[in-house]
Design a protein around this ligand. Sequence first.
Ligand SMILES: [Zn+2]
Length: 359
Amino acid sequence: MSSTFHSNARIAKQSLQAAWQDFCLLFPTTASSVEYLYNMAEAEGPIKCQYCNTEGLTRNIGGRSSYCNRCKRSTWFTSRTLLDHVKNPRAWLATIWLLERGLHISSNGLAQVLGISQSTALNMLKKVKLVISYNMEESAVQLPIGHFEKLICKRSKETPAREHPSAEITVIESQSDDPSGHNDTQQEQGKESNHEQNNQNQNDQAHEQLDENQKMVLSFLSKEPIRADRLPALTGLTMPAVLSAITMLQIAGFSEQLIGDRHIMSDKKPERRLPAISAVLISHLAEAVATLKNTVHGCSAKAMQLYLADYWRTACKSAWTDNALLRACIGAGPITDQEILDYVTPPLVLFVPLQKGRL
Ligand SMILES: [Zn+2]
């Protein structure tokens, strides 16, 4: 795994260098980058004065600001976009342009080619990935973050002290119960019963999603272990049907397997149970987890959504080519550094099911 990771990193670095050289030929200067950005922004709709909404502003070639003849004030064409007040427009264009090439880009690699600090590069990458995540809804399914537990190997400021990074999932899930963030005793008690109610609802929902075979097999499971080969006679199902139902019940957290192919009903707390998902979705999910493990080793629960957005970008190259990402960034409003610091992946993450080579 580690050597695959390092050789993948080396290939990624070489392709980044090659793409960067292409970029430099197309956009050798800041002025050429600004001109390109201006044309893209104008193609999205006429640039208006940000003070009086007048169209038809005066602008010098390569300039970032336009002059309003009516109110005599200047408007930056990047204002109210992701590139609002950015210091280095060429670095931003390069970042977006390189990401549109479908490359896997690390903050270190980007920092090196652009000659900027790693923290600035990381910040830019996160902002663009957040924009990508805004655009996931149409093609994505919503899954509880617990399905991606295997990916979590990095701590974040949300990770409970002295616990494994994956413990953060519990923090994220509990935060969703109380968006107000208040916690006086009365509310704590209310929250507690709310939480139980939520768990019960989630559990009912998860049970609803089981198919008839799975429900049938589950009805014969208890705290008393039962061998799988006894289940066909009890349920009237074939052995393969029983085994497939048992696998799904285990994944959804309804049952556990003991030594000797014996099975019991799970005593996992309901909130850790995940709704059953289809075998096809499981394979897409496994592919995403394997790919992200190979390319980035894993991530924190906090940043998970940004990584899943980026997985979509790299796995479905057709979705973000031909200036699509640049248009999305121009269309997106400004994202502040504080918003990036405070960003926490929601308990239900957006995931676009894709397998390499399919799209
Ligand atoms: Zn004006």
